[in-house]
Design a protein around this ligand. Structure first.
Ligand code: SAM
Length: 233
């Protein structure tokens, strides 16, 4: 462990992971980067403002979300050119994982700037590591498209994919996803990771059909990661 605390590097884009529910999951390094950077680029400035306030950090916030990524990426590059240290955060978890980030990272690298990952919470990793499913090889799908036909095609294409499949899903579509999994992967083990790191965290394990019935009975709410075992387990 390196206990020395070097200052942040000028002209660097820091990708700062933030808690996915439990505020204790913020890392010491994340707090220091948020304290010492020049500006925080945030997916939702109001939400990130609350997080900063909780940790008694006061910092200028810049909005950076899916629909202004192109324009804001240019602004972030301009700040990096001026020598600023820019921290990028999203509403929860790791930037760039089913969240904004990829575009500005690519642009910063292409322009020759340093990009550092301030690693921390990520629902994908929290779910997979406690799922009991194989972790040696996995395929992160993220969110499926909304349209039924496109979802079905995507799931069919994943049949031949090696390793555990990991999906993000909204609480409004989790039953739909389980019904689709029952059609495409009826014999596979499925794990639902719900409300990770929060008070009502739970892992539900079983084949798609009984899990679907359980969800219908309990009308489960909250945030979900859905995982499907590889064919041969
Ligand atoms: N960047 C985030 C990360 O690193 O995990 C993911 C952001 S994505 C917009 C939000 C999705 O992540 C949710 O719909 C859910 O599928 C998953 N997720 C986030 N927090 C979660 C939690 N506490 N428990 C279960 N799933 C969660």
């Amino acid at each position: 462990m390196d206990s020395a605390l070097p200052p942040l590097t000028a002209s660097t884009l820091y990708l700062v992971a933030t808690p996915i529910g439990n505020l204790e999951d913020i890392t010491l390094r994340a707090l220091r980067v948020l304290r010492e950077c020049d500006v925080v680029a945030a997916e939702d400035t109001r939400r990130s403002g609350q997080l900063l306030k909780h940790f008694e950090i006061s910092k200028p916030l810049l909005s950076y979300f899916q629909f202004n990524e192109a324009k804001r990426s240019e602004e972030i590059l301009e700040r990096l050119r001026r020598g600023e240290k820019v921290a990028l955060v999203t509403d929860a978890g790791s930037p760039g994982i089913s969240d904004p980030g990829e575009r500005v990272v690519k642009a910063a690298i292409a322009a020759g700037f340093r990009v550092e990952s301030v690693a921390g919470p990520c629902a994908l990793i929290a779910a997979l590591t406690a799922s009991g499913l194989p972790t040696d090889e996995f395929h992160f799908v993220g969110f499926l498209p909304h349209k039924s036909g496109q979802r079905r095609n995507r799931l069919e294409a994943l049949k031949t994919c090696a390793g555990t499949l990991v999906f993000y899903e909204s609480p409004y579509r989790v039953e739909k996803l389980l019904a689709e999994l029952n059609d495409v992967f009826p014999a596979r083990k499925v794990v639902l990771a719900r409300e990770l790191t929060k008070k009502f965290e739970e892992f539900l394990r079983g084949q798609p059909k009984p899990l679907l019935e359980l969800c219908q009975k309990r009308s489960l709410k909250g945030e979900f990661v859905v995982m499907v075992s590889p064919e041969m387990t």
